[in-house]
Design a protein around this ligand. Structure first.
Ligand SMILES: *Cc1c(COP(=O)(O)O)cnc(C)c1O
Length: 354
């Protein structure tokens, strides 16, 4: 297998130190060693999420917790903010679980705006709102803080946010923003191999969950909480991933969270400048993602050719997602990606597309 450095928006490149942590000898999940590990990870996650809420470890991909969140928190009706593939998926998940749900949709490439949310919440029909902060399919980052301000005015509404491709790259102050559930998979900006998701759950969200029927079994937040209090998980967790997460959180604090957020922003600015000079940016101006750049393929370059040429150089970027295939392509710059590595990629893209 030819080794390719990943510049795709998940899974991302994983550092050797993390792969090494994954190889830690196995331990039992009901023993003291596991509880010590779980107990060590918890305060670190709280620090990263700027929260006093418990942050649960879910052995699943992020989609599992997206499903869990609507199952646990919606008793009445979900407002699904949709602006791309992952947010549309969340709406489908709500319907698939028998929840009443309406989409608040904008065209792919555009962001969800606070006034749109206000207009819909004012109807009083909803008790749960789902928002994807960083739509990885379109490279759009919706204005989380401004939307949070609106949602806070509706105390009945649970504010459930997918930060799968932004958490650990962008400052997300869960408590200050009043986010009831903040969820992410670890294979994006955390820079870990896939297989684990994390989610913070507020006190009022747990109170809501306690009143909701048919929360399901595997993603029952009440069960998550009971076990988390004992530094355990209801079922066997992905212990190797949790060893790696513990190491990675240490590495994040060593870099410094502010420095980490700045590094991501600097890479985003650099990549946007490159994209604007050679092509165009796909997202609505002012709402470009910090962790990936969605480039409009304005010159109609042959993506197969680009991918093959990059593969020869041992690198990989992403074509556009779904209906955006060939019309856009995506360059991810997140997790442990260094500015110099992005520079190297852009130089090679210069050679390939001129
Ligand atoms: C990748 C991604 C998901 C899905 O995550 P899985 O871990 O594959 O389930 C959901 N939302 C966003 C924004 C993503 O980028």
């Amino acid at each position: 297998m030819q080794r390719k450095k990943l510049f795709i928006p998940g899974p991302v490149e994983v550092s050797p130190e993390i792969l090494q942590a994954m190889a830690t000898p196995m331990i039992g999940h009901r023993g003291l060693e596991y509880s010590a590990l779980h107990g060590a990870v918890k305060p670190k996650l709280k620090k990263l999420l700027y929260t006093e809420n418990p942050v649960f470890l879910s052995t699943s991909s992020a989609t599992g917790v997206m499903e869990g969140a609507v199952r646990n928190l919606c008793a009445k009706r979900v407002l699904s903010c949709t602006c791309g593939a992952f947010s549309e998926r969340w709406h489908e998940i709500a319907l698939a679980n028998g929840k009443e749900a309406d989409p608040l949709s904008v065209e792919w490439g555009r962001a969800i705006k606070p006034e749109m949310v206000e207009e819909r919440l004012a109807t009083g029909r909803y008790d749960c709102l789902t928002l994807v902060h960083n739509e990885t399919s379109t490279g759009v980052m919706s204005p989380l803080a401004a939307i949070a301000e609106v949602v806070r005015r509706y105390p009945e509404v649970m504010f459930v946010v997918d930060t799968v491709s932004s958490l650990a790259a962008v400052k997300i102050e869960v408590d200050r923003l009043g986010i009831d559930v903040c969820l992410a998979g670890v294979q994006k900006a955390f820079g870990l191999p896939p297989g684990l998701a994390v989610c913070s759950v507020s006190k009022r969200a747990l109170e809501r969950a306690a009143t909701v029927k048919n929360r399901g079994y595997y993603f029952d937040f009440i069960e998550f909480k009971e076990y988390d209090d004992k530094n355990q998980t209801p079922c066997t967790p992905a212990i190797s991933q949790i060893f790696a997460l513990n190491t990675q959180l240490e590495r994040m604090f060593k870099e410094g969270l502010e420095a980490r957020f700045e590094r991501h922003l600097a890479m985003a600015k650099r990549c946007r400048a490159w994209a604007s000079a050679h092509f165009g940016l796909f997202p609505e101006s002012g709402y470009e993602s910090v962790t990936l750049t969605a480039v409009s393929n304005t010159r109609n370059v042959d993506m197969k050719h680009v991918e093959a040429e990059l593969a020869k150089r041992g690198k990989e970027i992403s074509n556009g997602y779904g209906k955006l295939k060939n019309k856009t392509f995506r360059i991810a710059h997140m997790a442990d990606c260094a500015p110099a590595e992005l520079e190297g990629l852009l130089r090679e893209l210069d050679e390939i597309v001129g």
